[in-house]
Write a protein that binds this ligand. Structure first.
Ligand code: SF4
Length: 428
């Protein structure tokens, strides 16, 4: 089996990327060759996502693509789609094995046991009761560092708790050990990743704030960036710590989902818009130039034109750097799917466009507000048409003429001129 060539493709979130990277590295260390998914391979592995219908459709397209690449190949589906609907995937011709969010970490052993006969091993919904750490290291500049998994919240539109299980994590001591492994591989920035990272530590009586305090003391880690954190879990202590600790990046991604309290209640969210606004104000008070991004769902059942405009106007007034807009995607077996007053697809599209236009305005204003400031940039390694790129601490994109000696280094630059996409140009 080990002389077989594997190819991986990941759908979905940073958490999925960190897990695919860890699983692929484990198999490479075990002697497998890993090829690009576009190339011919013996075994194609797709780490799937179930957040939207589109994500599932994309997975089925990739199965067909893999089979076209090599009709003899075995195709393995793992991850969230496999966890919530293994039968549907098992029935697809060409799929050799289906592994959920536990079985995927056992891929090496499952591959060794995979019969060439085409008989599909049984698949079923797996018990998600263990935490398996993971991190990506293929980027060499930044690592998606999985610190938490699962979610205990019950948002009415969301299937993630069914796909990922209850909230769980390792202890702070174990998490620091993994962080040292990452730091040892010359990676300059870690992005703390999970499903509900603010809930880190609950099974062990520890907290996300305590983890951040410990990570901020690790000299080996130069930059620590938070991925998405729930507004009700973003405490004053965490904001204060980010303001006080130079290793913690002034960048917050906070899922708002709606600027209407009526819709937030229907979504089963654990806060109201006043709490969210209070978080933004606190950040701006301590970190005026921080990047504050938010996720927003539009077209949730019951979102009348008036409630949409209430949400739109709240977002317009909020001092955000940009927003990610998600058209409501109905998921089976969710409370929201059984709600009345679903919004017509055309209206959802219109509203998404309105919010995206608002996001562009905010992004432009945020980038311009940084003109003339000095920022530390982490240069990435790619040479893209003679240019290299990087992000500032407050997540602004910059570019400069490619210089190999600067790859994976941190440089203080002055932000003056932007190109037509709002990317700052250094040493033009
Ligand atoms: S917090 Fe809500 S939206 Fe996020 S994963 Fe948990 S249930 Fe889903």
């Amino acid at each position: 089996m080990k002389n077989k060539i594997l190819a991986f493709h990941t759908l979905g979130c940073k958490l999925n990327y960190s897990e695919t990277a860890s699983i692929a590295k484990h198999l490479q260390d075990a002697g497998y060759k890993v090829a690009d998914f576009r190339d011919r391979a013996d075994i194609y592995v797709i780490n799937s996502c179930t957040v939207t219908r589109n994500a599932e459709k994309r997975c089925r397209e990739l199965i067909r693509k893999a089979r076209r690449n090599n009709p003899e190949a075995q195709v393995i589906i793992m991850g969230c789609y496999s966890q919530v609907n293994p039968e549907e995937l098992t029935d697809i011709s060409g799929v050799s094995m289906v592994l959920g969010n536990k079985g995927k970490f056992d891929l090496a052993a499952r591959l060794a046991a995979l019969p060439d006969t085409g008989v599909k091993p049984p698949s079923g919904k797996e018990r998600l009761d263990t935490f398996v750490p993971a991190f990506s290291s293929d980027d060499r500049t930044r690592s998606f560092f999985k610190i938490q998994d699962g979610c205990d919240y019950t948002c009415t539109y969301c299937t993630i708790p069914r796909a990922r299980g209850r909230s769980r994590s390792n202890t702070i001591r174990e998490t620091l050990e993994t962080a040292r492994q990452i730091a040892g591989s010359d990676i300059k920035e870690v992005v703390l990743t999970g499903v509900n990272i603010g809930d880190f530590g609950k099974p062990h009586g520890e907290s996300f704030f305590e983890l951040l305090q410990n990570l901020a003391e690790m000299e080996e880690l130069e930059r620590i960036r938070l991925s998405s954190i729930e507004p009700d879990l973003l405490s004053d202590d965490i904001i204060g710590l980010v303001a006080a600790e130079p290793r913690l990046m002034p960048h917050f991604h906070i899922p708002l989902q709606s600027g209407s309290n009526a819709i937030l209640e229907a979504m089963g969210r654990k806060y109201d818009r006043e709490l969210f606004a209070g978080r933004v104000d606190k950040i701006r008070e301590l970190l005026p130039y921080a990047c504050i991004a938010a996720d927003v769902i539009t077209g949730f059942p019951g979102e009348t034109e008036a409630l949409f405009m209430e949400s739109h106007d709240f977002i317009k007034a909020a001092d955000l750097s940009y927003i990610h807009v998600f058209p409501y995607s109905e998921r089976e077996n969710t409370k929201a799917s059984r709600m009345k007053d679903h919004v017509a697809p055309g209206v959802i599209r219109e509203r998404s466009q309105k919010l995206q236009a608002l996001s562009q305005e905010k992004k432009k204003k945020f980038v311009q507000a940084n003109q003339g400031r000095k920022e530390n940039v982490l240069w990435e390694k790619e040479n893209l048409h003679g240019n290299m790129y990087g992000f500032t601490e407050n997540y602004i994109r910059v570019k400069a003429p490619y210089d190999e000696s600067k790859c994976n280094t941190i440089e203080t630059v002055e932000l003056n001129i932007t190109d037509d996409r709002g990317v700052y140009i250094i040493n033009p």
